[in-house]
Design a protein around this ligand. Structure first.
Ligand code: GLA
Length: 381
């Protein structure tokens, strides 16, 4: 119904403006306004794409977004590198920036096996691990208060095993300090600690709590994640929703899988009488093939050709069709970057063995709109 109303509104808007001789395309609007009736639109930010320092160019592209996620600056190792020492300065600058530009902040991420400082990795007993977990979550949640509208409380605990074995040891990633010392219980505890602190601060209703992961739209990980969620719901876990990272590669996107996953997670919440939100937390489309053994295209050192950008835009188009169709279940869609000149995919550590430089976003290296921007703005449904 909401969608029908929006389409009708769009037709009236287009007809009115055409009759006045000034055709208006949605791609001339800010993306957050194009999607205002659907969900908020976010971007991952870092010191290169948001101008905290004066010598960095202010391209104003952040105006397209009404939500931001700090790509790295709220991770444990950034905020709490030593046991008795917090370093909130950079994150606080983004909080001020977000406030003065009417952007909300998705807090990312409280508990993760990566970006974990040495003092955490060297803990050898569960009691101490729980103490540190509680202290970190209490302190960080208190520091940011309701400057963030949600937290990825736990990030990436489901294993990549692609089989149907749903025993705990197969569902969960096992090779990190968290699972080794506590089994799956650190997950439930993380949500409980965040909930306790937010409740004590009187802001629990303003800050929502999510579980976030990659590949959780694929059947194997979907099944494992649902198993974890059932356990969390049965344990009265104060979890409000799930983050689907949606880092896609050319060839890895399957529209029906995305739609099934969104509905499965949402409906599982219904089944357990546990209202459950879905967010798309790290969307991007890598222009190379995921599988290094698949025929790799050439390395696009001088930029990707039009046919590649068009193929990328088709994935954006189909994914956003799914997001719009299911917008009553989705409250936010976030891109994992803004323009192609700055991407973690070009970091050698994150390079995934790809053929060359990557161009995963909706704005090109110069900040110009790409085919992917146009298809998600000037959509026809
Ligand atoms: C995961 C994390 C992000 C980011 C990306 C890139 O998706 O959630 O914070 O580090 O990996 O590697």
């Amino acid at each position: 119904m909401k969608n029908k109303f929006l389409s009708l509104f769009a037709i009236i808007l287009l007809t009115t403006s055409c009759s006045q001789g000034t055709p208006t395309r949605r791609s001339d609007m800010l993306l957050k306004d194009v999607y205002s009736g659907f969900f908020t639109i976010g971007a991952a930010v870092n010191e290169q794409n948001i101008p905290l320092e004066e010598d960095v160019e202010d391209d104003g592209l952040y105006n397209h977004f009404n939500s931001m996620t700090l790509e790295n600056d709220m991770k444990w190792s950034k905020l709490h590198p030593n046991e008795n020492n917090y370093t909130f300065e950079t994150a606080d600058k983004y909080v001020s920036f977000a406030k003065s530009h009417n952007m909300g902040i998705r807090g990312h991420a409280l508990v993760w096996y990566r970006a974990l400082p040495g003092y955490m990795k060297s803990i050898t007993n569960a009691t101490e691990l729980y103490e540190q977990e509680k202290k970190h979550i209490y302190d960080v949640v208190e520091h940011f208060g309701d400057s963030v509208y949600c937290w990825d409380v736990v990030n990436e605990v489901i294993s990549d095993a692609e089989d149907e074995d749903l025993t705990d040891d197969n569902i969960y990633r096992q090779d990190d300090v968290w699972y080794k010392l506590t089994g799956k219980n650190f997950i439930l505890k993380a949500f409980q600690y965040a909930d306790e602190k937010l409740t004590a601060l009187g802001i629990r209703d303003k800050v929502k709590l999510y579980y976030n992961d990659y590949d959780n739209t694929k059947p194997a990980k979907l099944a494992k994640t649902k198993e974890m969620l059932k356990w969390l719901f049965e344990s009265n876990c104060p979890i409000d929703g799930i983050g689907l990272q949606c880092h896609y590669h050319m060839g890895s996107f399957v529209e029906s899988e995305l739609e099934t996953a969104i509905n499965d997670y949402y409906n599982l919440g219904k089944e357990y009488n546990h209202p459950f939100d879905v967010q798309i937390t790290e969307f991007d489309v890598d222009i190379y093939n995921e599988d290094p053994s698949a025929p790799q295209v050439e390395s696009y050192v001088d930029g990707a050709p039009k046919k590649v950008l068009d193929a990328q835009a088709t994935i954006y188009d189909h994914a956003f069709k799914v997001f719009r169709r299911n917008s009553s279940k989705i409250s936010n869609v976030t891109f994992w970057g803004i323009r192609d000149n700055v991407t973690y995919m070009n970091d050698p550590v994150e390079f995934f063995g790809h053929a060359g430089p990557n161009f995963p976003y909706i704005f090109d290296i110069f900040g110009e709109k790409k085919p992917s921007f146009y298809v998600i703005s000037d959509y026809e449904d």
